[in-house]
Ligand binder design. Structure first.
Ligand SMILES: CC(C)(COP(=O)(O)OP(=O)(O)OC[C@H]1O[C@@H](n2cnc3c(N)ncnc32)[C@H](O)[C@@H]1OP(=O)(O)O)[C@@H](O)C(=O)NCCC(=O)NCCS
Length: 181
């Protein structure tokens, strides 16, 4: 299968934060931003593979500072890594206050997308052609992220499975909870 350069699927979307996006505190709802991230990840991934894609996992989403109504949010997405059917899309989110010109890097996060055909079967995606050192670095980082994600999944799902209630109680003894049964 012929490879595709990273640049051919890079995508940026910009959206104005309107009042209907606000939560009860007057700041933009986190779900609005997550939806935009998912959208731009889909665009970059489907441009790369030319197929329908689904979101499998999300890493690194953090909301360290609130986004305000009136801010312009830009999301720059790039396919950083491809496996067989999966792609890791890196998204850089920036906010701009149009009145002052103040710009902030709000978050960088990673969406794993998988390509499927009409019948819902996994399809192989084209290899990624890396044309710059930064693209090689991002590919390495995403490969590392993928390995860590599987390790974390394993820890979360398996490490505590075989423990007795007593062993788990010792594990959480210093934490702010009470076991009451
Ligand atoms: C993701 C999904 C395709 C995995 O199916 P599966 O039968 O377990 O298939 P595989 O184990 O072969 O995984 C397929 C690919 O997904 C990757 N993958 C699976 N689970 C993953 C996870 N939790 N995180 C990251 N990647 C994952 C695998 O590494 C593999 O990548 P590769 O083909 O590049 O090697 C399946 O669980 C699915 O369809 N989920 C629903 C996704 C969806 O509908 N999202 C929208 C939600 S509204």
């Amino acid at each position: 299968m012929q490879g595709k350069p990273v640049k051919s699927s890079q995508t940026t979307i910009t959206e104005l934060m309107i009042p209907s996006y606000a939560n009860f505190g007057g700041k933009v709802h986190g779900g609005i931003l997550l939806g935009l991230m998912d959208k731009v990840a889909y665009v970059a991934a489907s441009k790369h593979c030319g197929a329908y894609c689904v979101t499998v996992s999300v890493d690194g989403v953090e909301f360290k500072e609130p986004v305000e109504v009136g801010d312009l949010i830009s999301l720059a997405a790039s396919v950083n890594y491809v496996g067989n059917s999966s792609m890791i899309v890196g998204i850089r989110v920036t906010s701009l206050k149009p009145k002052t010109g103040e710009e902030k890097h709000t978050n960088s996060c990673y969406f794993t997308m998988v390509a499927k055909d009409e019948a819902g079967n996994l399809v192989d995606v084209p290899p990624l052609i890396l044309e710059e050192k930064i693209e090689v670095r991002r590919f390495c980082d995403a490969k590392k992220l993928r390995e860590l994600r599987f390790k974390i999944g394993d820890i979360l799902h398996n490490e505590t499975k075989g423990l007795t209630l007593e062993e788990m109680s010792v594990m959480i003894a210093e934490n702010r909870c009470e076991v009451k049964f």
